[in-house]
Design a protein around this ligand. Structure first.
Ligand code: HEC
Length: 495
C-alpha cells in the first residue's frame, strides 16, 4: 500500500496524467481537441510520432529493439526489423505496420500482454499518413531522434492563476537570508515569506515538478525536476532577475523563455531528475534520477562554464539521494535498488554498499567528518552506518512510523542538524554527532515529502502532499507559520 502510494505520488506517470487532465479540464475546449478532427495532411512528427512514442517505444526503442525494430527515428522505422520496411507509402493495406496494429490474431501490436489494441482514431491517423505518402515533415532529418524532437516541440502549460487543486510539495528551500521559502508548484516555483506565509513571486518553469533544489554560493538556484515518464532537467535560475509581470497582483517571472531568469540548463533527460547535492566548497554539483545515473558537474569556473566531470552508473534503479562528504572527495548515493552506496570521486570507483534497509532508500546524509553515513527509506528507519571501511551499520536510529521520504542536513561544526520527514505526517530533528532524536515536529495531516533547514539553522520547513507548508523554530519546536503553497487555492468548506 505504502509502496504503491509513494510511487504514485512522487513519480508515477499516472498521477502526472491525472493532474494534467485536471488542469486540461479548466482549459478552453480547442486545447483538448484531438488530432482525429484535424483537417489537412497528417504530420509525422506532430500526429504519428506521439502515437508511436506512447504505444510502441517501450519495446521498439534503440535499446530494446523488439523484432530488431527501432522506431525512434524515421530512418530506423523505415529500415524495418527482422522483416522489410513495415510501411508501403500510399498503400496502408499493404503495410506490415497497419496489418499488425489492426490484427485480431496473436501477432497484434502492441502485443496483448502489453494492453488494449490501438484505439480506432489512432489507427486512422497512421493509415491516413501512409495513404498520403508516409512523408517526413520538411525540415526534419530522417535520423532525427524523435524523442528529442518531441521534447523540443512540447510547450509547457502556463500554471493556473489560482489553483483548483492543491499541489503536492515535492521540494522546498530557504533563501540565503533565511526569510523566504522557494516551493515547487505545478510548472512553477513559488516564493513565500516564511514568517507570513505570503506569496511574493512565481517563476514559471518547463518542469512540471521540482524534486530538489539547492542554492549556489552566488545565490543562483539549481532545480532538478521533470515530467514523470516524459522528461527531466537540471536548470539554474536567477530568482531576482528578469522583468516581472503582474498576475493577480503577484510578480511572475518567465523561467521557461527568459534567459535572464533561467540562466543555464545543465542536463535534459528522458525522465525525472530526483535529487541534488552541492559540495561544501560550492564547486561540485551532483544530481541523480530515474535514468539511474548520477552526474557530477565541475562548477569551479562558475555555473556558466559548468562541465560534466563524471557520470556514475552505480545503481540498478532510480537514484533518490546524493550527498557529498564535506571534503568533497566522495559521494554518498541511494536508490530504489534498496541500497545506499559510497563513490570515490577521485578513483572513480564504488567504495562500499550499505544494504540494510532491504527496501527503497529515499535519502542520504553524511557526518561532518565524512565517516558516518545516514540513510532513510521505505522501511521507516533512519540508519547510521560506517561510510568508510567496512560499511557496516552502526545502529538503526528508529525514526518514523511510516516510510521516510527525505533527509535534510546542515553541516556545521558546532551545531550540525539533520531533519527527516515521513508518511507518518511528522518531521524529526536529529543530532548527527550522537544519532539522537532531539525533537518531533507535528501539525501536518498528510504525507510529508519535503524538508529544509534554514542556512542559519534556526528554522525548519516541511511540505506535504496536500500542499501545506509548515515552518517551525528549531530552538523550541514552535510553529512559526502554516500555509498552503498552492497559489490562490481555496480549500473546500468543511461540512
Ligand atoms: C510489449 C512490447 C511491444 C510493444 C509495446 C510493441 N511491440 Fe511491436 N514487436 C514486439 C515484439 C516482441 C516483436 C517481434 C515479434 C516477432 O518477431 O514475432 C515486434 C514486432 C513488430 C513489428 C515487426 C518487425 C519486423 O520487422 O519483424 C512491427 C512492424 C511492430 N512490432 C510494430 C509495433 C507497433 C506499431 C507498435 C505500437 C503500436 C508496437 N509494435 C508495440 C513487441 C512490442
Amino acid at each position: 500500500m505504502l509502496t504503491s502510494r509513494f510511487c504514485w505520488c512522487v513519480l508515477c506517470p499516472l498521477v502526472g496524467l491525472a493532474l494534467a487532465l485536471a488542469f486540461l479540464l479548466a482549459a478552453p475546449p480547442e486545447a483538448a481537441a484531438g488530432a482525429a478532427v484535424k483537417k489537412g495532411p497528417i504530420s509525422f512528427i506532430n500526429d504519428v510520432a506521439p502515437i508511436l512514442k506512447e504505444n510502441c517505444f517501450a519495446c521498439h526503442d534503440a535499446k530494446k529493439r523488439k523484432g530488431k525494430l527501432d522506431m525512434t527515428s524515421y530512418a530506423n522505422l523505415r529500415k524495418g526489423g527482422d522483416k522489410e520496411d513495415p510501411i508501403t507509402p500510399s498503400k496502408p493495406e499493404e503495410s506490415l505496420l497497419v496489418e499488425l496494429i489492426t490484427s485480431t490474431e496473436a501477432d497484434r501490436m502492441p502485443p496483448k500482454e502489453a494492453g488494449d489494441p490501438l484505439p480506432k482514431d489512432k489507427v486512422a491517423i497512421i493509415e491516413q499518413w501512409i495513404k498520403e505518402g508516409a512523408k517526413l515533415d520538411t525540415g526534419l532529418q530522417p535520423q532525427t531522434d524523435l524523442l528529442r524532437e518531441l521534447r523540443v516541440r512540447w510547450k509547457p502549460p502556463v500554471p493556473p492563476a489560482a489553483y483548483k487543486f492543491p499541489v503536492n510539495v515535492n521540494s522546498l528551500a530557504f533563501t540565503s537570508d533565511n526569510k523566504k521559502l522557494v516551493v515547487g508548484g505545478y510548472h512553477e516555483l513559488t516564493i513565500w515569506d516564511a514568517a507570513l506565509g505570503k506569496l511574493e513571486k512565481r517563476i514559471y518553469t518547463r518542469a512540471e515538478r521540482a524534486y530538489a533544489m539547492v542554492f549556489l554560493p552566488d545565490g543562483k538556484l539549481v532545480v532538478a525536476g521533470g515530467r514523470p515518464g516524459q522528461e527531466g532537467d537540471v536548470r539554474i535560475y536567477d530568482i531576482n532577475a528578469g522583468t516581472p509581470k503582474l498576475v493577480n497582483g503577484i510578480a511572475v517571472l518567465d523561467g521557461v523563455n527568459d534567459k535572464a531568469v533561467m540562466v543555464k540548463e545543465l542536463v535534459e533527460t528522458d525522465d525525472s531528475v530526483l535529487c541534488l547535492a552541492i559540495s561544501t566548497d560550492g564547486k561540485k554539483l551532483a544530481a541523480g534520477g530515474c535514468d539511474r545515473l548520477v552526474r557530477v558537474w565541475d562548477l569551479a569556473a562558475g555555473h556558466a562554464n559548468a562541465k560534466v566531470a563524471q557520470t556514475i552508473e552505480n545503481h540498478a534503479d532510480w537514484v533518490f539521494g546524493v550527498a557529498f562528504t564535506p571534503d568533497g572527495t566522495r559521494l554518498l548515493t541511494c536508490s530504489r535498488d534498496k541500497t545506499a552506496k559510497v563513490w570515490d570521486l577521485k578513483k572513480k570507483e564504488s567504495v562500499l554498499t550499505f544494504p540494510d534497509h532491504q527496501n527503497g532508500v529515499y535519502g542520504v546524509a553524511v557526518s561532518n567528518d565524512g565517516k558516518v553515513g545516514f540513510s532513510v527509506g521505505e522501511d521507516n528507519q533512519l540508519r547510521m552506518w560506517n561510510a568508510t571501511g567496512d560499511g557496516k551499520q552502526i545502529r538503526p536510529l528508529g525514526g518514523h512510523g511510516k516510510a521516510v521520504f527525505k533527509i535534510a542536513q546542515r553541516l556545521d561544526a558546532k551545531n550540525p542538524l539533520m531533519a527527516t520527514c515521513s508518511a507518518d505526517g511528522s518531521v524529526r530533528l536529529w543530532n548527527p554527532l550522537n544519532g539522537q532524536n532531539t525533537r518531533t515536529l507535528t501539525g501536518h495531516t498528510d504525507w510529508v515529502y519535503a524538508v529544509a533547514i534554514s542556512p542559519d539553522g534556526n528554522l525548519v520547513a516541511a511540505g506535504a502532499w496536500n500542499g501545506e507548508v509548515r515552518v517551525w523554530k528549531v530552538a523550541d519546536g514552535k510553529e512559526v507559520k502554516a500555509f498552503n503553497a498552492s497559489p490562490g487555492y481555496v480549500p473546500p468548506k468543511k461540512k
